[in-house]
Every structure is written in structure tokens, then in C-alpha cells.
Design a protein around this ligand. Structure first.
Ligand code: FAD
Length: 450
């Protein structure tokens, strides 16, 4: 049996970071991937969705910039570019790249076979360290008849070849909002069904309200407090029955109802590990499960983002390389790449209160406060909200909806992560005219109320 220093199972962004760092350090590494090296993110999630969203964003920005005529959106050209961005679903170059770095590359589904041992298609390998980076899969909600109608998960949605005439989106989180806006702006009649009483229901309620208005302005029919119950085919249409008694006729049902850690075929029982209630692998602060067994990325259920998977890849590789440090998730940015961008970081006001924090919050209309929204577009808009801990005088949470908010939210991420005093944020000189200037104004308001 071939023995390695480390075996990485699953080569999404998290597995890739861990494997590359271990290889760079000179370790003997085997990587195992059952589909494509690059994972969900590279082929069916972040990369294609952000590639698809960019032209509709640029067109909307052009519509709002003084003196610009509306650019023409060419779907076949966009589709071709998306295909090149997802490497035509071919990872041969990635496999070759890892071989050149010295890795043993195995394409196949791995399962554990006891401590420090794995099995792939009858081949047995052992290692000092086994890293589980197997990601997550789309949740299929219990809707009667769903098997009989056209259904897209994120995979079909991000690799679509034709724009559907009508779409029913299930789920009002980041995936639903991004896909809904993209399709609506490409001409699809979109209905978005959300079980909760607001969109982006893990964020501050006010953000959900603003986003619902924005989607309505795109012509999206947003149904809150609503669930799909049953689906059927009728005269060439798909008809989806909702729990409020109404029904929606559509061409396709798109699932954005959450994701579940992918652990089912891993034979975790052979190493005495049980997934948690949401299917997640509960790791410690070093992403360790047991001695020599590690997990990272979506499979840990921590925060299902590529940047978290990559961060955990650094945490695990550092621990294996003898430089252990505890993971800190206090300031993970959460960006929805809608237009305008939606970004949040740290605690919501409700979460802060649940933790017993005496909070002070402020919400700033950036168009009323700074110059950049006006130089940026003729109909300026944007909101920045900050929540502070009154006793510590530090910011604990922030959200923004405005152009490029996904870029400038990182000022708040730094402030939260490093517990910067609100005074420091208020006294920081930001370049004029940028959206970042909003922080000094918002922090100044917080100081007034602290
Ligand atoms: C539509 C959509 C858009 C998104 N956009 C963003 C975004 O803009 N920004 C962001 O940060 N996040 C985004 N995400 C989330 C992001 O895609 C995930 O958080 C990220 O892919 C997680 O990385 P990972 O390495 O944990 O797993 P994955 O990317 O899921 O990769 C896991 C890999 O493990 C392999 N694997 C599984 N089981 C086995 C096995 N037994 N043996 C061998 N290989 C196995 C899989 O084939 C896969 O390649 C988006 C998600 C979706 C659905």
C-alpha cells in the first residue's frame, strides 16, 4: 500500500489550498477528486454565476451613468465566455499542474477505510494525515411531483444554454437573489418563493426589505411566507402549487433552498466519526476531527463560502506543518453579487443582542451623506448600517447595499476582526470621493449615540 504524508479527498477551493501548501512545503501528497479539480465553485457555483452576472450589472450601471447609451447584451458571446471560464468542464490542465507539483493525482470517489487509510476504486492508500474537503450538495425540498417536472439545481442553472421564458425559484438566499436577478434581467419572467418572512433571512431584516424592493423593481414576483407544495405537468407547462392556494405556471423550477454537507459515501463509521444534525463534520478550531483526520470547507458546515474553505485550507495545512493557529470566524464577509451589491459581516443586531451585547446601531443613506454615489450614477442610492457594542465601543456588525459594497465591506471586516475602536473608524481618512468615506460618517453617528 502506497503511503503519503497527506491525502486530500475533494479538490474544491478548500482542498486545493491545503494540497498546494503541503506540496509547496515538500510533503508527499495524494489528491483524490471524483469529478473535476476545482470543485463546485470553479464549474457550477461562484465562477460561472459571477461571470454571468457581470454583463447585466455593467448594463444596469451604464443605464445609470450620465451620457451613456445602453450597451447591447449578446447572450451567445456571454455563454461562450462562461464556458471558457468553467474550462469547458475539463480539468486535464489542473490534474497535470498538480502532477508537475509532485502530487499523485487520483480521479475517483474516495472512502475512508480505517484510521489513516482510504480506498478509491479498489486502490488502497495510507497517510499520516487525511483531509476531508468533500463540499456540499443542493438540498431537494420535499415537493410532491418534483421528479416529474424540469428542475435545475445550481449546476443546470449556472451552465444554462438557453434563457428560459419563465422560472420559479425556490429560496430567497444569495443563490436565489443572484440567479433571480440575472434571469429577470435576461428577460425571464421570474417568481421567487421564500419560506421565511423576508429575503436573506439570516441578515438584518431591514436588508431583506431593501432587497425585496430591488427585486420587485426588476419585475420579479417575490412571494414571502410561501412554500411550494406540489408540481405537475399540464399542457406543456409546469404548474407549481403553493401553500397559499395559488399556483404558478413555469418552464423550469430552480432550487436554491440550501446546501447539505457531502458526507454520505465517506464511510465515516470506519474512523468512528458521526456527522452532526445538519450533516456537517464538526471540527475543532484547527479543523481537526480526530488525530490525523481533518475536515475543511462546506463539509464542516461553518459558513458555506469559498473564502472560508480557502481559509480553512490554510488553517489545516499550517497545523499539519507544525504552525497551529485557531480559526477565527468573527468577520467572514457575506456578499451577494446582485446589482447593487449586498454585503454583510459580523453579527446581525439580533445575534449581538442574543449574545447579551448592549448594541447601538446606525443606518446611513449614503446618497445623503457622501459624494461618491452622485459621481457614480444619476439616480444615487445605497445604505450602510453599523452595529456597535456600547460597552466595548467597537463595531460588531455591518451591512451595506450599494455599488461595489462587496469591495468596501472589508473595511468593516478588518474593524470587526481586530476590534477597532469606533473612534478609530471615525478618524480614518478615506479617499475622496469613494464609498469607503461612508464609514467615517456612520462611525461619527455611532459615537454620538454611544
Ligand atoms: C450558485 C452558487 C454560487 C456561489 N457563489 C459563491 C461566491 O460567489 N462566493 C463564495 O465564496 N461562495 C459561493 N458559493 C459557495 C461555494 O461554491 C462553496 O462554499 C465552495 O465551493 C466550497 O468549497 P469546498 O472546497 O468546501 O467544496 P466544493 O467546491 O464543493 O468541492 C468539493 C469537491 O469534493 C469532491 N468530492 C466529494 N466527495 C468526494 C469523494 N468521496 N471522493 C473524491 N472527491 C470527492 C467533489 O467532487 C468536489 O469537487 C456559491 C455556491 C453556489 C451553489
Amino acid at each position: 500500500m502506497e503511503h503519503y504524508d497527506a491525502i486530500v479527498i475533494g479538490m474544491g477551493p478548500g482542498g486545493e489550498v491545503a494540497a498546494s501548501r503541503l506540496l509547496d512545503a515538500g510533503l508527499r501528497v495524494a489528491i483524490v477528486e471524483r469529478e473535476l479539480i476545482g470543485g463546485e465553485c470553479a464549474y457550477w457555483a461562484c465562477i460561472p454565476s459571477k461571470t454571468l452576472l457581470r454583463p447585466t450589472e455593467a448594463r444596469a450601471e451604464a443605464d445609470r451613468a450620465a451620457g451613456l447609451a445602453r450597451p447591447v447584451l449578446d447572450w451567445p458571446m456571454l455563454r461562450d465566455y462562461r464556458d471558457s471560464m468553467i474550462r469547458h468542464l475539463d480539468d486535464a490542465a489542473q490534474a497535470e499542474g498538480y502532477r508537475k507539483q509532485g502530487a499523485t493525482v487520483i480521479k475517483g470517489a474516495a472512502r475512508l477505510a480505517g484510521t489513516g487509510r482510504i480506498e478509491v476504486d479498489g486502490q488502497h492508500l495510507s497517510a499520516d494525515h487525511v483531509i476531508l474537503a468533500t463540499g456540499s450538495t443542493s438540498v431537494r425540498p420535499p415537493i410532491d411531483g418534483l421528479d416529474q417536472v424540469p428542475v435545475w439545481t445550481n449546476r443546470e442553472a449556472t451552465t444554462l444554454t438557453d434563457i428560459p421564458g419563465r422560472a420559479l425559484l425556490i429560496g430567497g438566499s444569495a443563490v436565489g437573489v443572484e440567479l433571480g436577478q440575472f434571469l429577470a434581467r435576461m428577460g425571464t419572467r421570474v417568481t421567487l418563493v421564500q419560506r421565511a418572512d423576508r429575503l436573506l433571512d439570516r441578515e438584518d431584516p431591514r436588508l431583506g426589505e431593501i432587497v425585496a424592493d430591488r427585486l420587485a423593481a426588476d419585475g420579479i414576483d417575490v412571494r414571502l411566507n410561501t412554500q411550494a407544495r406540489a408540481a405537475r405537468r399540464e399542457s406543456g407547462d409546469t404548474v407549481v402549487q403553493l401553500d397559499d392556494g395559488s399556483s404558478v405556471r413555469t418552464d423550469v423550477v430552480i432550487l436554491g433552498a440550501g446546501r447539505r454537507p457531502r458526507t454520505t459515501d465517506l464511510a465515516l463509521d470506519t474512523v468512528g466519526v458521526q456527522p452532526g444534525g445538519r450533516g456537517e463534520l464538526a471540527v475543532d478550531e484547527h479543523c481537526k476531527l480526530t488525530d490525523g483526520l481533518w475536515a475543511l470547507g462546506d463539509v464542516t458546515g461553518k459558513a458555506l463560502f469559498t473564502h472560508v474553505a480557502k481559509y480553512q485550507g490554510r488553517i489545516v495545512s499550517d497545523a499539519i506543518l507544525g504552525r497551529p493557529r485557531a480559526a477565527d470566524y468573527t468577520a467572514v464577509p457575506r456578499v451577494v453579487f446582485a446589482e447593487p451589491e449586498i454585503a454583510a459581516v459580523g453579527l446581525t443586531t439580533a445575534q449581538a443582542r442574543e449574545r447579551g451585547i448592549d448594541t447601538v446601531s446606525t443606518e446611513l443613506d449614503v446618497a445623503e451623506s457622501i459624494a461618491r454615489p452622485w459621481t457614480y450614477e444619476t439616480d444615487p442610492r445605497g445604505t450602510l448600517a453599523l452595529t456597535a457594542d456600547r460597552s466595548q465601543r467597537t463595531v460588531v456588525g455591518a451591512w451595506a447595499i450599494a455599488p461595489q459594497a462587496g469591495e468596501w465591506i472589508h473595511t468593516a471586516a478588518l474593524a470587526i476582526r481586530h476590534q477597532l475602536p469606533v473612534e478609530a473608524l471615525a478618524d480614518t481618512i478615506a479617499q475622496f470621493p469613494t464609498f469607503t468615506e461612508a464609514y467615517a460618517t456612520a462611525a461619527g453617528r455611532l459615537l454620538r449615540d454611544l
